[in-house]
Write a protein of this length. Structure first.
Lengths: 290, 500, 314
């Protein structure tokens, strides 16, 4: 295994360190990474931070503006907005990551199979992919979420499925390119099994562009979760998510604009973070951009 | 040159004068109505549009009295099996067809026989419509039907031009109301214009009316604030302050006939087999654990009316013996203990995924927890929720009803055996008997007594209990004068005027 | 060229069939049905049963599908169960609305994205490059609906500058029509600007490396002229192609934007139809959208081939 690693074009260390160096020098990507890191830390630290219970209601203090007691104000049931923002970060980030995870787990194998085997397998997978791609992403996600029923888990599944075709297409194209490389043909020649070839050569080589796509898709998945929650199809009460908070806040835009301000800004920052990071990754992985 | 200038000026003045005259009242609705055919329509907002478009045989006053509209007089025979009606003379439909006894006959028969009529059950008691002469009809009934007159004050009593029956009626509705149909763009607007030959045309003071469906209450209000709408339906209770504080807006309110409540699955399939479905004490405990006033204050700025009966306080059938219960956690706990519950009990509550319902059920969840009832909330899309309810796939459901003028419409179908809305399949022969009887007698005092008896039983059994009666809230531009809201939630345009 | 075109059209047919089957299956899986979705007020079981019978909702799915295909081939897309209006009429009413929104959004996107892309390519690696990048990506990162509501509150309610929502046909009152569409088009356009910026930038970078640009510079032409005349013109091809491809994203973005601004276009129609379980409308809108999407892709490909003579023989 170690021997092959030394000769494999991607598993060798040098290009990786080159990519890493380029990424570190990419100022906006680093800015994005810091943004994302900040929110991830906040989400992870939610249980140990000294904030009130995000579900603790207080009917004597509904829709209060930011104050010393409630730094970000309170919501429609008198719950602490800061606490809900922090706990909501978990739901929103999870929605982004899990749904992209679903899309990758389904999309990448299908893409590799279509690209590597070609023929009828490819034709069937490709036509289905095209069909799904021709249906606008959000419409597909809404229909799926409505079908599964409103909940955070179902929203993640719906977004994941709706995002899958992009990964199939990307992986397929990449797999076709890699499959025609010399080292794959020689692997065939020395009699390695298809499974081994797919695992050891094709898979690692299709990964870089998928990594870029995944980062960017996390960004759009977070927006998609917010959109579904906005339509009432995402996270359900009393648990918070930024999108669900916005859905409630839109009813109080005139009396309590801050209720919509925080989740809106948070979504913006974290999505911007993922977008910048993904963009930087793409530049870093692009051999032309030196 | 001078003459030309004068002419030009006159023309300009003329057009501006005309522009000032061509006043369109723009009304914001919360959703797009369905088919504009009274025999097919099933949405509440559809009824609002029909109020301007289609006159009914009978109308309703703000204190829920039945008054003449197209029928000027009516009487019910001693045995309750014939209804004699005198019709208004000189009324024409929008297409010029005269309104007469034959038209009434044709309309009722259409409601009864049209393949996709949803009015069939409302007029099923009518066996024959006899046209005595052009201005008199006699309805023969198979059995006494007290709620029938109230039905004739709703869509079943809306008169369409028989000449338009064969056409694509929904696309081009022809009735006899104060406004006639001009244009509809689905999800965008419904435009009506004043009908010059309306029998009560003096009372109609605007030239046209447009209904614009704008589902988001914030955006609906924004349109009112920016002057793009003159009147908005379903003003959010929490926005009332904003309307009051704006110098050029006012708000109107009327108690509504509808309610929101919690329905239990007492008898519909396997899911009914839960402590709350089986033991009325637990349902009573939950009802007592809820502070209805707090819900009204927190979610609805105190503008709705807390409720505990199937009719609202405005109804003559309201029973003062059962006021809205005060929250009593100790008593709730005692009831749970009586029922043998120790250390808390679980209940699944489904609710429609709308922000207001979300707030209400979250409050209920928190209040019930203090009494030892642990509620698990399940949000569902409205269509899904109704499907699950009908299938018995629920323990308890937060659901409501838009309300009817006649008390029968608020209770019969919900609690009688096999009733159309009885999703918990509650069944009590005593209730079936009492409510059946209340349908058959037309004497109001006798009916009141029967509904009192029914209420007594239902308050103990609690197959469903009530949380609040929704109030109708409107945001109105100060350019609009003469608008009076009604408990039935209809926007009546008689006497409504618009100034520049 | 013709064979290429024919092949593309041939491929599109199975795709469309797949879409229609997929959408049909999906909507039949949705819990509840149009009869129930409408039933807030009237859910008398007898009426429900009768309506289901009437609308053939109890037939096997494949039978409903075949019936639908048969009618669709004859140009009959069915009627909306909710409004009773023919779906084809509804589409005809809504198509111009969404096209106007799409075109105006694209103008906003191009006005932001293309200059940002040129600047960041020319100033590659400088703080200006990064700033342009962050600004363009910001548009992509703001939730559409949030920006929409904020704008309504600020521009319509507070400043009274533009109508808060709705739609006025271009033929009725052009000025008011454009004013009404300004905010939604801006909201939608900002989201697309990032893609355009990104592609303009990389196309420009590619062109700026070319010999003829170096030659132009060596000849001592003003930098501005070099960039606009020599570089940008050549970089335009892939950018125009991309704009056609962005059509799909536009429609997807229009879904929520139309919802917020209550614009009676395709996006609003399909979302409402999903919630109302108005099957005939969902099916028709998705199909027409997909058709448009495929068509735009085809156009993009053709434009690409036409603008790159080298590809024509290959």
């Amino acid at each position: 295994m170690n021997e092959t690693a030394a000769t494999d074009p991607v598993l060798s260390k040098r290009p990786q360190s080159r990519v890493w160096r380029k990424l570190r020098g990419h100022r906006s990507a680093m800015f994005g990474a810091v943004l994302v890191g900040m929110f991830v830390l906040l989400a992870l630290a939610a249980p140990i931070l000294p904030v009130p219970d995000p579900a603790a209601v207080d009917w004597t203090a509904i829709r209060q503006p930011p104050s010393a007691a409630h730094w970000l104000g309170t919501d429609e049931l008198g719950r602490d907005q800061l606490s809900r923002m922090i706990w909501g970060a978990r739901a929103s980030l999870m929605a982004g990551v899990v749904s992209v995870g679903i899309a990758i787990v389904i999309g990448v194998p299908l893409g590799i199979i279509a690209g590597y085997f070609g023929g009828w397998t490819d034709a069937v997978i490709s036509r289905c992919t095209e069909a799904l791609l021709a249906i606008p992403f959000l419409i597909l996600a809404i229909a799926l979420a409505a079908f599964l029923g409103p909940s955070l888990t179902n929203a993640m599944i719906a977004i994941g499925i709706a995002a899958t075709p992009v990964f199939i297409r990307l992986t397929r194209g990449q797999a076709i390119n890699v499959a025609s490389e010399d080292y794959v043909e020689s692997a065939h020649a020395i009699g390695l099994s298809t499974g081994v070839i797919l695992r050891r050569y094709i898979f690692p080589n299709v990964l870089p562009p998928i990594l870029v796509q995944a980062t960017l898709t996390v960004a759009s998945a977070i927006i998609a979760e917010a959109s579904l929650s906005f339509l009432g199809l995402g996270q359900q009460p009393p648990a918070p998510s930024w999108g669900a908070m916005l859905n409630v806040a839109k009813g109080f835009m005139t009396q309590a604009p801050w209720m919509a301000l925080w989740p809106g800004i948070a979504i913006f920052l974290v999505v911007l973070g993922f977008n910048l990071l993904g963009d930087g990754l793409r530049d870093a992985l692009d051999p032309r951009e030196d | 040159m001078n003459i030309r200038r004068t002419l030009l000026l006159a023309a300009l003045l003329g057009t501006s004068a005309m522009a000032a005259q061509a006043q369109t009242l723009r009304i914001g609705l919360e959703s797009d109505p369905d088919a504009l055919d009274p025999d097919k329509s099933r949405t509440f907002v559809g009824r609002i549009v029909f109020t301007a478009l289609c006159d009914k045989l009978i109308d309703v006053t703000p204190d829920l009295k039945l008054v003449p509209q197209l029928a000027t007089e009516w009487s019910v025979s001693e045995d309750g099996k014939t209804v004699d009606m005198t019709l208004r003379e000189g009324v024409v439909f929008h297409d010029g067809t005269p309104f007469d006894g034959e038209a009434v006959k044709a309309n009722i028969e259409r409601s009864q026989t049209l393949e996709d009529s949803v009015r069939k059950s409302e007029v099923s008691s009518i066996t024959e419509v006899e046209v005595v002469d052009p201005t008199h009809v006699r309805l023969r009934l198979s059995a006494p039907d007290a709620p029938l007159l109230a039905q004739l004050a709703d869509r079943s009593g809306m008169m369409m031009s028989p000449a338009a029956f064969d056409d694509d009626f929904s696309a081009q509705p022809v009735c006899s109301g104060p406004f006639k149909f001009k244009n509809r763009v689905a999800q965008d607007k419904i435009e009506l214009e004043k009908f010059a030959d309306y029998w009560n045309a003096d009372q109609i003071k605007v030239d046209a009316v447009s209904y614009l469906p704008i589902p988001d209450s914030t955006v609906r209000l924004a349109n009112l604030q920016s002057g793009d709408l003159d009147l908005i339906n379903r003003l959010a209770a929490t926005d009332v302050e904003a309307v009051k504080s704006a110098g050029n807006l006012k708000y109107e309110r009327a108690d509504g006939l509808g309610y929101q409540g919690i329905t239990f699955n007492t008898n519909n399939g396997a899911k009914a087999d839960n402590p709350f479905g089986q033991d009325p004490k637990l349902r009573q405990a939950l009802s007592l654990a809820i502070d209805r006033n707090a819900i009204n204050q927190v979610v609805f700025a105190g503008l709705n009316a807390p409720a505990s009966q199937f009719v609202p306080a405005v109804s003559p059938f309201f029973d003062p013996a059962y006021p809205v219960p005060e929250r009593d956690v100790e008593k709730a706990k005692a009831l749970l203990a009586e029922a043998g519950i120790e250390g808390g009990i679980d209940l699944e509550l489904q609710f429609p995924n709308r922000p207001e319902s979300q707030q209400v059920v979250q409050m209920i969840q928190a209040m019930a927890a203090e009494a030892g009832i642990n509620i698990t909330l399940t949000a569902k899309e409205f269509a899904t929720m109704l499907a699950d309810q009908a299938a018995g796939d629920f323990q308890a459901s937060q659901v409501g009803w838009s309300g009817r003028i006649d008390p029968d419409g608020n209770i019969y179908g919900f609690v009688t055996t096999g009733g159309g809305f009885n999703d918990g399949k509650y069944s009590n022969p005593e209730i079936d008997r009492i409510l059946g009887e209340a349908r058959a007698v037309s004497d109001e005092a006798a009916r009141k007594d029967l509904y009192k008896q029914a209420n007594q039983i239902l308050q103990t059994d609690l197959p469903l209990f009530y949380l609040y009666n929704e109030a109708w809230l409107y945001g109105v531009s100060d350019k609009v004068a003469g608008f009076t809201p009604s408990p039935d939630g209809m926007i009546r345009l008689e006497g409504v005027s618009l100034s520049e | 060229m013709l064979t290429y075109l024919a092949r593309r059209v041939m491929i599109a047919i199975p795709t469309l069939i797949l879409i229609s089957i997929f959408v049909f299956a999906l909507q039949k899986m949705l819990p509840g049905d149009p009869v129930l979705a409408l039933a807030g007020d009237d859910r008398d079981p007898e009426t429900l049963a009768r309506l289901r019978e009437l609308y053939h909702l109890n037939d096997p799915i494949w039978m409903q599908y075949l019936q639908w295909v048969k009618n669709a081939l004859q140009g009959d897309l069915g009627r909306s169960i909710r409004t009773g209006l023919p779906v084809s009429d509804m589409i005809a009413q809504k198509l111009p609305v969404t096209i106007q929104l799409a075109v105006m959004s694209m103008i906003f996107a191009a006005a932001i994205g293309i200059p940002a892309g040129i600047i960041s390519a020319v100033k590659k690696g400088t703080i200006t490059d990064y700033a342009a990048n962050v600004i363009a990506l910001s548009g992509l990162s703001i939730p559409n609906f949030w920006l929409g509501i904020m704008l309504i509150l600020l521009v319509s309610v507070k400043w009274r500058l533009l109508p808060a929502s709705g739609y006025v046909p271009l033929s009725e009152d052009p000025v008011q029509s454009i004013r009404t569409m300004l905010m939604p088009a801006f909201v939608l356009g900002t989201a697309l600007a990032a893609s355009l910026m990104r592609h303009t930038r990389s196309a420009m970078l590619g062109v700026l490396r070319q010999d003829y640009v170096r030659t132009a510079r060596a000849k001592g032409l003003a930098e501005r002229r070099v960039i606009m005349h020599h570089a940008f013109r050549n970089a335009l091809t892939p950018v125009v192609t991309l704009m056609a491809l962005l059509f799909g994203e536009l429609i997807a973005g229009a879904v929520l934007t139309e919802q917020i601004f209550t614009i009676p276009g395709f996006g609003k129609m399909v979302v409402d139809a999903v919630f109302n379980r108005d099957y005939a409308v969902v099916q028709a809108v998705v199909l027409v959208t997909a058709l448009g999407f495929i068509l735009m892709n085809l156009l993009a490909d053709l434009a690409y081939v036409a603008l790159n003579p080298r590809l024509r023989t290959g």
